[in-house]
Design a protein around this ligand. Sequence first.
Ligand code: ARG
Length: 462
Amino acid sequence: MKKLWGGAFSQSSDLLVDRFGHSMESDLRFWREDVQASIAHARMLGESGILAREESATLLKGLATIEHEGTDSLPKDVEDIHAAVEARLFELIGPLAGKLHTARSRNDQVAADTRLWLRGACKHICDEIKALQSVLLRTAASHVKTVMPGYTHQQPAQPISLAIHQLAHFWALQRDGWRMEFVKVAGDFSPLGASALAGTGFPIDRLVTAKELGFAAPIPNALDATSDRSFVLDALHVSACTMIDLSRIAQELILWSGPEYGFIRLSDAVTTGSSIMPQKRNPDMAELIRGRTGRAIGNWTSFASTMKALPLGYNRDTQDDKPALFDSFDLTRDSLQLATLMLESATWDTKRLAVAAEAGFSSATEIADELVRHGLAFRDAHEIVGKAVLMSEGQGRFTPEAKNFLAEKLDSSIVERLTGKSAALEIVMNRRSLGSTGRQAMGNQIRHAKRLLKRPGFPSIY
Ligand code: ARG
């Protein structure tokens, strides 16, 4: 295997060492960023007089050819992408290629490449988050009056609307996007020119390369620049957070698309059949999202363990940040797309949702509130409704006897209204507090969400 070093070595390395150490496969993911960073460096070397203008121009021409050729012409039997680009450059322009490495090291190179790659990847994730948010918002806007059970402890608690439910996920994703924007900021500083660990005696201009590559500024400390990977930890953490939020959506889809709930029907395009049970329609994609969330969490904790107690200065340990980063970002992106696909092609069974919304005494809190409006202390009201529930035990809804008992304290027409067929809709619509399911509150929330979705990026929700 061709190396970028070896002058001081009389023996070639063991094959196992080559295999264990090489990173070419995963490095190919950021080949373009590596070439772009080299282009910025080569131009700066010419502008600052470290290389002759013509030398810089020849390097730039060779690098432009590589950028144009893509990965096909890069040698693969090399240690890493930096070696591959330099080897190809040598083939294209001869020994002058060796001058490109003046005043730099693979240590600042790889840190710069990773940051550049992350910038593009964050943008893609942010776009996908917005796409999923817009599906959730659309569903919310057309289901303000669709009632369903709201759960606590996974038991029916109070009736809610499908609108508030979908928007709850919308806000979770807003926070994920907001965190992802922070990842962009955290990675937006240039390590290039830090060289191996201590900077260089050549009169390089780090501001110029930082600017050309679109970074906000050079990292002030060369030792920090080459050994910091906290921005990768941030990225892994945020993608794990996003996956955790997606896994919660997925879990609901898994439960709710099954026959016991039957709240939602997932389309053929996103479900799978069973090889033995012809009746099955399995929500495999939702299950994979739920399952792979574990991998995203694992990537984060695994690389956090790698970083723990790592002494300053470049260490080869950090080479393994990239497979974890690529894996987490790939699966977050795919999962966001799949969640969007599943939700936009799904059909909600509004009738079943409504039936379920009425079950489980879900109007109990509202009846207690009504007693409070009639002058009772909430504790006493709670006790009375509790008794009515006890009287109806095993029936699933208030019995005539329980209704009569309640009618002693409330008008019987009110009792009828709060226990009757469209009680859930009435309860849902009548809520007034900010953030509630009521007509006006929900209208405000939908407008708020629409405004944020239209704005670029993910402004804080407050
Ligand atoms: N493949 C290495 C990595 O990803 C590049 C830097 C190698 N530097 C070194 N001193 N061996 O970290």
